[in-house]
Design a protein around this ligand. Structure first.
Ligand SMILES: Cc1ncc(COP(=O)(O)O)c(C=O)c1O
Length: 370
């Protein structure tokens, strides 16, 4: 079905910056610079600068960023790692795939880990915590960091959904041992296929990831420093991402404008919780605009029936998928939000008229005029 308001519109996005992307493509292709070349290094430098860390290392995906970070932190069989009960499953799978045990903690009203519930999940085996900055809103790092420090936990930030977000002026991905990034096409900074990175201030961690992404090899000396992986960010993707990174500050402003229009239009609807938390220390970049509608599927289906493409992430929490074999300790907030969540279109391709169509439709669901 062709939606009047698509959730994302990658072809339109391409047209907005076609000349720059085409120039990047022709440069890479005509030079034949495909693997570990200048565009990758340039993007890494610019990403590190943007996030506020000393280093960035381009990888193949956000999953790889989490995986490399856990390995760099020495997490292995027998260790426990705290992860939120509400996140994309990759956060948890990376923990399982290094042999460690994920210990899930419920989330709070902002969809991020409930800081007040972390300490009760810490045991003598807990070695790390992965706060996830979901939807473009950074977790409460000023409260989380002292808890992690007190218990000697490595902090690996899953910042895959929050490039540009900050708290107290310090950006997501610059608080922990590493920040993990995904450049999956529909992320706030999306490539044209899979992509990811870590950011870090730790030279050892940067070196580890740089070697391990290329099968453990030091590319200068040819020495293998361990059994590694193949998970390098392609030079061509890096060239595209470098172009898009230049536009990101302006694109974030546009996202905030749309979020503000939604806020003004929905603030009086008692059955709809909207993602505005009114704490000026936090800078929300609205990777996703996730509302909680008491009416659940009736709400999301109504929007779809009226030409609005929405996403529902997720009706079934990941820990309830039997094959994942995870311990459900009871997570009331995650359960409640799972029945209600609905992501409205939030992208820089939609125009004001399309935003108005969303507003009009949401209000009409609740029997209100726009
Ligand atoms: C919160 C979160 N963590 C991890 C990932 C994994 O990233 P990727 O799909 O690039 O592996 C994603 C995105 O898909 C994500 O949203």
């Amino acid at each position: 079905m062709g939606y009047k308001v698509p959730f994302v519109d990658p072809a339109k996005n391409y047209l907005l910056i076609k000349d720059e992307l085409d120039a990047a493509y022709f440069e890479v292709m005509s030079k034949g610079d495909l693997i570990d070349r200048g565009h990758l290094r340039s993007f890494e430098e610019n990403l590190a600068k943007f996030v506020g860390t000393k280093y960035a290392v381009g990888l193949n995906s956000g999953y790889d960023a989490l995986h490399m970070s856990l390995r760099a932190a020495g997490i292995r069989l027998g260790d426990e790692v705290i992860v939120p009960a509400h996140t994309f499953v990759a956060t948890c799978s990376a923990v399982v795939n290094v042999g460690a045990t994920p210990v899930l903690v419920d989330v709070a009203r902002d969809f991020n880990i409930d800081i007040g519930k972390i300490e009760e999940a810490i045991t003598p085996r807990t070695k790390a915590i992965i706060p996830v900055h979901l939807n473009g809103h950074i977790a409460d790092m000023p409260r989380l960091m002292p808890i992690a420090e007190k218990s000697g936990l490595a902090v690996i930030e899953d910042a895959c959904q929050s490039l540009g977000s900050s708290v107290d002026g310090r950006r997501a991905g610059s608080w922990g041992l590493t920040g993990c990034w995904s450049f999956y096409p529909f992320k706030i900074l999306g490539g044209y296929g899979d992509g990811g990175a870590i950011t870090t201030d730790d030279p050892e961690v940067a070196l580890f990831a740089t070697r391990m992404r290329y099968n453990g090899e030091d590319r200068q000396s040819g020495e293998y420093h361990g059994h590694g992986f193949t998970c390098l960010l392609d030079n061509l993707q890096a060239a595209f991402l470098d172009v898009k990174l230049r536009h990101l500050p302006a694109w974030i402003i546009r996202r905030k404008q749309i979020a503000e229009r939604y806020r003004q239009a929905f603030a009086d609807l008692p059955d709809l919780a909207i993602p505005h938390y009114d704490d000026p220390r936090f800078d929300h970049v609205y990777q996703n605009y996730v509302v909680r509608a008491k009416q659940g599927d009736a709400f999301s289906n109504y929007l779809k029936d009226h030409g609005i493409e929405v996403l529902v992430q997720f009706r079934k929490p990941y820990y309830k998928h039997e094959a994942l074999n995870l311990v459900d300790r009871g997570f009331p907030e995650t359960e409640a939000l799972s029945r209600e969540v609905c992501s409205l279109p939030m992208n820089i391709e939609i125009d004001d008229e399309q935003v108005y169509h969303v507003i009009k439709t949401v209000r009409s669901f609740y029997g209100q005029k726009a």
